[in-house]
Design a protein around this ligand. Sequence first.
Ligand SMILES: Cc1ncc(COP(=O)(O)O)c(C=O)c1O
Length: 420
Amino acid sequence: MWARLRLDIQWFHLIRGIFDFLPFGTRSKTQKKLEDYWSLQQDDVLACLSLRSGFDLYLQALELPAGSEVLFSSITISDMPRIAEAHGLVPIPVDLSGCNFQLDLASLENAITAKSKVLVVAYLFGARPDLSQIIKLARERDLLIVEDCAQAWHTPDWRGNADVDATFFSFGNIKTATALGGSLCRIGHQEILDQMRELQEKQPVQVTWNRPVKLIKYAMLKILSTRVVYYFFCQLCRFRGRDLDVVLRGFTKGFSESDLLFRLRKRPSCVMMRMMYRGLKTYDTQRIEQRIQNAHQIIEHLELQKVEYEPSENSHSYWLFPYFCSAPDQLVLHLRQHGFDTTQRGRMEVLSPPDERPNLICPQATELLNQTVLLPCYPEMSDSAINQMCDLIIQFNPQQSFIHDSTGDTSKSKNALCKQ
Ligand SMILES: Cc1ncc(COP(=O)(O)O)c(C=O)c1O
């Protein structure tokens, strides 16, 4: 059974993680070394416990008036708007469109009011659509622009769009180049960065006594995601009547939902930052190349370029491959029965508008998310596995799939979702 995702960490890094406990250098020196390395000595970076911790610090530093609006890409994890709310701000969803889940310009224009202060753009599943129109509009309306690149890290030297105000990366448990936690935040305004540093200095340091247990747990999960072991694991879940999605979510969850801010407001530990530093320095970008190649193979095999995807038109690193289908639940079951574990939305949700602005519901984003099956395309997947998965998709009741109609003619695609 091919797992839905594999942990993107090499054995070498997991084992080296044990030695990070040796007292070489101090925590503050390690933080400086990491930030200097990634900022190329430009002093525009803060290392944080998690992306959410960085975002919390950013909002604290901005000191926006209560009731200010923070516009979000409507599909995101629920903690991001919850953090804004905890600061007395109002999260506002902006609808998305197209296969790359890009912000819909008309919806953005419609959502902006005099109270709007910040726009948070999430790059979903590794897609990095062109932001130039969005940036132009946001600048005209005096919005700060924040990039949420939790799912879009793909190479150590990419630090986000130079024209935005802040870019946040995550090295959480299931992210590319994971350090089993941690985040790097590039902040465009020196005074805001200084303020964030000052606020972070007052926070307690994350505890590290549980780090060896975490390393062992993730070593086990790495073994678990190999084909044979994963097959037996899935059988076991079935035998015990457990929902695979729930079990896996429990394994990889980060912070518990209670006391979110209390849990986020910690300084990253020395051991975590050492792992981030090593990950950045030694990451094998061939892995991303392979992932992109696998995704292009899916596109070609399913002839998606005729109806929706144009690989050369956008930058995409395919953390996961979003495939649109009118019967996603059945497709997930069909693939699972034939050796491919896929899933639907993970922790992502469509943000609801505030009660006083019900017109801002996001029908396109809701439809996109409801009809997306997340296909694996990680570098360990062989060409034949990708082909087999695609053949299964083609065999899957073609009338129900957006991609192939009953004649198998992709040019008659019913996929209206992805027409730009
Ligand atoms: C879109 C998005 N934003 C933010 C985050 C939060 O990242 P972190 O776990 O580093 O706080 C995630 C994590 O899954 C995410 O997918």
